[in-house]
Design a protein around this ligand. Sequence first.
Ligand code: C5P
Length: 297
Amino acid sequence: MSVTVRVPAKVNVQLAVGAVRSDGFHDLANVFLAVGLYDEVTVTEADELRVTCAGHDAGQVPLDRTNLAARAALVLAERHGRRPDVHIHIAKDIPVAGGMAGGSADGAGALAACDALWGTNASSDELLDICAELGSDVPFSLVGGAALGTGRGEKLRPLEVGGTFHWVFAMADGGLSTPAVFREFDRLGEGTDIPEPVASEDLLAALEKGDTAALAAALTNDLQPAALSLRPSLADTLAAGRAAGALAGLVSGSGPTTAFLVADAESAGTVARALRESGTCRAVRVAAGPAPGATVL
Ligand code: C5P
């Protein structure tokens, strides 16, 4: 018997970052939007826990117990007093280490899949609790849609979204390490007063109304200067997308994927073509949001 779960990527439409905390994390006001780029996680009964992965960046995905999908199976099994003996297969479409929560998606997907396969019937509170233990972005991958994440991003408040937003994503060569980008954020902010992170009222209103122009005007990412400092070539990608007619462009999360908000599906096609021809990125994808969270197929 096997169970397959489909899990979306995310883009951060606002990522406000506070000063580093004593535990090394940063308080955030993190507005997540799930978009229709998906990984599919299939779990099958097996003699022992193992992970395989296929897809674009499959070679860069760790197949040991550091993989969030393996950790999800281990934590759920331990909590329910059973063996974690499953084969987890990840069909990967979300860029690896790209700032689109691909690893988090696999963690949330494996958790939902094991819960269904084993008939654990964990409550949604328990599943969210396990997700938060796995990583700051994992709870959002489970619920999808749009949400404001506070704390280190794991405390979620679902948000109303009044329309569909069209995006173009430009994938860069290689990934960026999230801890390294946060460290660079700390370095760039040394000696300055870093304000408490707060969600932008204008941005939340734009999401609620489904107003693309207003959302474009309100997009912000406090990690962008750090990502650009570590990967200066991303400035060329951002310039190419804006020149091609995107309403706004920003680094997605800790990068290096860049995200461009466009007026409609037609404009997405135009901007995607221009980005492909610009030679400033490895690959280009079009996706719309909000998208549903982890879904058993
Ligand atoms: O929670 P997660 O394991 O995804 O975080 C990865 C790393 O990103 C953390 O070890 C930390 O360095 C950084 N991080 C942070 N503040 C957050 C979330 C992540 O500093 N709110």
